[in-house]
Design a protein around this ligand. Sequence first.
Ligand SMILES: [Zn+2]
Length: 252
Amino acid sequence: MQTQVSYRLEKSGQYGVELADAHCHLDLFDNPGIAISDARMGGIRFMITAGGNRLSSMSAISMADGDSVFAVIGVDPQGAEKDSNFVEELERLVKSNTAVVGIGEIGLDYKIDVDRGLQRQVFEEQIEIAKSLDMPIVVHSRQALDDAMAIVKEHMVKKAMFHYFEGDENQAVSLAESGYLISIPPFETSRRRRVINAISVGSIVVETDSPVVGRSPIDVIKTAEWIAQIKGMAFADVAHRTTENVKKLFSI
Ligand SMILES: [Zn+2]
């Protein structure tokens, strides 16, 4: 039986390139160590693992080795109710851990039953912390993109990645023009195809959000193949460019 990993090994060997998974949750894997080594064997050079509350942020820090794994830490909309006081610790944690490369995931989620005023307040507090540290933010937005975009622009954020981008091509172009990155998950939709068509590869990164959405960081290979096909580019170019975009945003 050919496993997914051996199949991907073959593919990455064939391509001879290495990709970055711009957003995953390694702490949610049953065995994060195996997930990381499988990803490395499968052609993934490094992963950005994201926290969203105190516990997951501390896990992200503990897994970040500054080589295969980097961490972003923060309080997401779900975490805003219980862990808003964790925001006060972010600055110290960022300063004492070199493998922490950003603040995230932070943002707005109108699908969940958490007070929107509180979500906004916690989002804005963390944007200001990121700005004071000259760090990028990783934005989570679900059914809230117009508001999330407006807040990021109002605060004149310089470095941001919109993770699991949910918007349309006009919103994508507007974000790309502001210098922000659009992160594409491993799910093909016609709307997402239009987004990929509308912006340059210089504004695109690939992610899996695994294990929540993708099964493994290796799934970025599928997304990069899809982007290459849509844009009529070589897979190796898409892999290289998207990886460079991640490196540049997070100063890796
Ligand atoms: Zn996520």
